[in-house]
Design a protein around this ligand. Structure first.
Ligand SMILES: Cc1ncc(COP(=O)(O)O)c(C=O)c1O
Length: 384
């Protein structure tokens, strides 16, 4: 079996992550910050260690500015619904996942103005187009770091510079790059960074977060929910300090224990090695697919400017038919269709049928890529 669905959720899980999950349940299992006994203190320490590891990965000076959420979707919702007000203008791109687009479309119904900047057909957002879209009421540029459909990377630090020059915030959906591509909150000029634990961070599902830098006015950023935090229990009002203002309810401690182990594993591999290894796999896949008659590959067709996610189609076949053949006859797991991003498929001109998406990860090998190329060749031959 070949697993090429890492852009949805990465697999396999590093053994140390599975061990951390089991160890937490076996040896701790308590509620962090709610009680004062030693197991509760151990649980709080585990959560804090994961916060520190995230801070290290993304170059965040204060780990308390990291808000843990269930996933990147919740983090984006917190940033958008919490910050944006009626009358504000928000700029986004035509390559967004519905986790960004749907909250933005909801906000549009509350008198928020939305400007969707058109990307080129390879998925790239032009920095000058972003600059031209800024208006006097623009408060935020909200974009992904890399497309979940074609992997195209956006020029974050340049877009962030534009945001700074115009006194607007940059919110980045790093679902496809956190752990797979170096991200630096400071040099990339990011104000709000949303991440998810279960993709290229190799952690468990149910983990993610929003990082809020000092440019964000937390008096303006409303929480999505309020409730028990274990702090300020004498008060009926929500604490206003970080991260408690935004972290109500018992967190996914077991998941965060696993995410902490995953972050340690990533630092041992070294993110630069992860990136260069995936780049090699991606370049091999793109050039192999381009050599198959009847196959059209989408995106920038240059591994150096994208993640390890590659979308393609075979002339005369529906992506769903190809996906079924790959899974049932050839043992290759991938994702087909619209990948929760109709906007991206409109941009790359593959709406409404979508594409076949191979999402490679650090556990894939060149020989798996070769086997997948043979499988695609075999399927493509049927229609040639
Ligand atoms: C770019 C992007 N944004 C958001 C999401 C949503 O991720 P999650 O389901 O972890 O919230 C995904 C996942 O497919 C994604 O690729």
């Amino acid at each position: 079996m070949i697993y090429f669905d890492n852009a949805a959720t990465s697999w396999p899980t590093p053994p140390c992550v599975m061990e951390a999950l089991a160890q937490f349940l076996q040896n701790c299992g308590a509620n962090p910050g709610r009680s004062g006994h030693r197991l509760a203190i151990d649980a709080a320490r585990i959560v804090y260690n994961t916060r520190e590891a995230i801070a290290k990965l993304f170059n965040v000076s204060d780990p308390l500015r990291i808000i843990f959420t269930m996933n990147v979707t919740e983090a984006i919702n917190l940033a958008l619904r919490g910050y944006v007000q009626p009358g504000d203008n928000i700029i986004t791109s035509s390559m967004e996942h519905n986790s960004m687009m749907r909250p933005l479309r909801d906000l549009e119904k509350t008198s928020v103005q939305l400007k969707v900047v058109q990307c080129s057909q390879n998925g790239k957002l032009d920095v000058d187009d972003v600059k031209a879209a800024i208006q006097s009421n623009t408060v935020m540029i909200a974009i992904n770091h890399a497309s979940n459909v074609v992997g195209t990377l956006q020029s974050l630090s340049e877009i962030g510079k534009v945001a700074r020059n115009h006194n607007v915030l940059l919110l980045v959906d790093a679902a496809q790059t956190g752990g797979a591509y170096p991200i630096d909150m400071i040099s990339d000029n990011i104000d709000l960074l949303a991440f998810t634990g279960h993709k290229s961070l190799y952690g468990p599902t149910g983990t993610g977060g929003l990082i809020i830098n000092e440019r964000v006015d937390i008096n303006r950023l409303k929480p999505l929910k309020t409730g028990g935090t274990g702090s300020g229990s004498e008060k009926e009002h929500q604490p206003q300090f970080l991260p408690d203002k935004y972290e109500s309810g018992t967190p996914n401690v077991v998941g965060l224990a696993g995410l902490g182990a995953a972050l340690h594993w990533i630092s041992q591999q070294d993110i630069k090695n992860i990136r260069s290894y995936e780049l090699k796999l991606t370049a091999h896949l793109i050039s192999g697919l381009q050599q198959i008659r009847n196959v059209k590959v989408y995106g920038c067709l240059d591994a150096a400017h994208q993640t390890a996610t590659v979308s393609f189609n075979i002339d005369g076949l529906q992506p769903s038919e190809v996906g079924l053949k790959l899974d049932e006859q050839l043992g290759i797991m991938c994702r087909v269709g619209l990948h929760c991003s109709p906007a991206s498929h409109n941009t790359i001109c593959t709406f409404p049928n979508g594409t076949i998406r191979f999402g490679l990860g650090f556990f894939n090998t060149l020989s798996e890529v070769d086997a997948a190329l043979s499988a695609v060749k075999q399927i493509a031959k049927v229609v040639s």
